[in-house]
Design a protein around this ligand. Structure first.
Ligand code: SF4
Length: 94
């Protein structure tokens, strides 16, 4: 598997309840903060950790963890062009 095909671990922060199970099962992939919310390094995981990553994704009770390809992350995080709003002539002259 080439490095650009290795997925990243991604947390859905709305779904995560901070049970901390992911950090208990795979402390080499997920750290836990004082409230037991996950701390995950950004970017692709090590290919050797893929089985462990799949395991914690499957075990997450809130389905808050997922594995995403780096290109998927880039698409979601790409900046959107700001809208160009029309200027009303009567307001622009004030
Ligand atoms: S196992 Fe799931 S719900 Fe629990 S802390 Fe990890 S991501 Fe959040």
């Amino acid at each position: 598997m080439s490095p650009d095909q290795v997925p990243a671990l991604v947390v859905d922060w709305i779904a995560c309840d901070g049970y901390g199970l992911c950090g208990d099962l795979a402390p080499h992939l997920v750290g836990l903060d004082d409230w037991r919310y996950p701390i995950i390094a950004p970017g692709p995981i090590d290919a050797r950790d893929l089985d462990d990553a799949r395991r914690i994704v499957d075990c997450c009770p809130m389905r808050a963890l997922s594995l995403r390809r780096p290109d998927h992350r880039r698409q979601r995080e790409a900046p959107r062009p700001s809208p160009i709003l029309p200027v009303r002539a009567d307001i622009a002259q004030r």
